[in-house]
Design a binder for this molecule. Structure first.
Ligand SMILES: NC(=O)c1ccc[n+]([C@@H]2O[C@H](COP(=O)([O-])OP(=O)(O)OC[C@H]3O[C@@H](n4cnc5c(N)ncnc54)[C@H](OP(=O)(O)O)[C@@H]3O)[C@@H](O)[C@H]2O)c1
Length: 279
């Protein structure tokens, strides 16, 4: 499945997450295996410190660069010079001369800082060093502030999203601004295998002779959400890949939506001390 971003760029709606995939052999083998079974979208970040291994696996896969969609995330809010340096480092490590999608990893609490980082992203886009630009962990209010000065709207917002935190209000807002929504943490750090989520998910999985993780992936895709589950285990990488082909009924999707508890398993973007401005 493909998501047409607001600028026409086609983004595979299913991909591989690589948070906490150790740099070196683990990241290299994981990405290489995922590409060999059909993944064409890899999500990494400067913070994950595995861009070099991801880049190496992509080169060694021999798959043409333009058939693979690479997302990375800029960690720092800083001077243009420092941000350009960090971006150039991502290009070098990923062994490519362009990035498909770059995201601001975390919002700063000062809107002027987010706006300045965004202006830098716009310059990357205008110089054709990136095919699309977006944000991550932005709440509605962060986006509203960003749009005050943005010349180009973000094309994607990647946020924590899973059965315990369905993010329907945020999705509705983002869609009104033509911003695609992308899920991270789809398996809730294992929470989907526990109550109050697992009974309903297992019932739907049994009905389709599928697994709980496949049901969660299919639920997100049915709602138009970009899904990037992470695994370093070959059998799970394959299982998750096959999950994208599972079709749920609208009723089943509503039943999963109803599991929402407003439950975060990751940090609340409004309540963290990260993403400070670095001189
Ligand atoms: N923008 C952000 O701030 C942010 C934050 C967090 C994550 N992300 C992105 O989103 C991606 C996905 O989120 P995530 O890594 O936090 O978590 P996730 O995809 O929800 O879950 C990964 C965990 O689930 C296990 N798992 C994977 N497939 C499974 C299966 N079929 N059956 C049972 N267990 C399975 C994995 O174990 P094994 O690996 O041991 O198989 C791993 O422990 C990240 O990798 C990253 O790319 C972004």
């Amino acid at each position: 499945m493909i998501k047409h971003l607001s600028n026409g760029v086609m983004m595979p709606m299913f991909g591989l997450g690589t948070f906490r995939v150790a740099p070196g052999e683990s990241a290299y083998e994981t990405v290489k295996y995922a590409l060999s079974v059909g993944y064409r979208h890899i999500d990494t970040a400067q913070m994950y410190q595995n861009e070099a291994s991801v880049g190496e696996a992509i080169i060694d896969s021999k798959i043409p660069r333009n058939e693979i969609f690479i997302t990375t995330k800029q960690l720092i809010h800083s001077s243009v010079e420092n941000m350009q340096k960090a971006f150039d480092e991502s290009l070098r490590k990923l062994k490519t001369d362009y990035i498909d999608l770059i995201l601001i990893h975390w919002p700063n609490h000062n809107k002027a800082i987010n706006q300045a980082t965004w202006a830098f992203f716009e310059s990357l886009y205008e110089r054709k060093l990136v095919r699309a630009i977006g944000v991550s962990n932005f709440q509605r209010h962060h986006i509203i502030d960003l749009l005050e000065t943005a010349k180009i709207k973000p094309m994607v917002n990647q946020v924590e999203l899973h059965p315990g935190l369905n993010q329907i209000p945020l999705q509705t807002y983002l869609e009104s601004e033509q911003i695609a929504i992308e899920s991270y943490g789809p398996f809730m750090k294992g929470g989907i295998f526990e109550e109050p989520y697992c009974e309903k998910l297992q019932e739907i999985a049994d009905h389709h002779q599928a697994t709980i993780t496949q049901v969660v992936i299919a639920w997100g895709l049915h709602r138009g959400i970009i899904m990037i589950p992470k695994s370093v285990t070959p059998s799970r990488i394959l299982e998750n890949y096959q999950g994208q082909f599972l079709e749920l009924s609208s009723h089943e999707v509503s039943e999963i939506n109803a599991l929402n508890r407003g439950k975060r398993v990751y940090t609340d973007p409004d309540n963290n001390s990260w993403s400070t401005y670095q001189k």
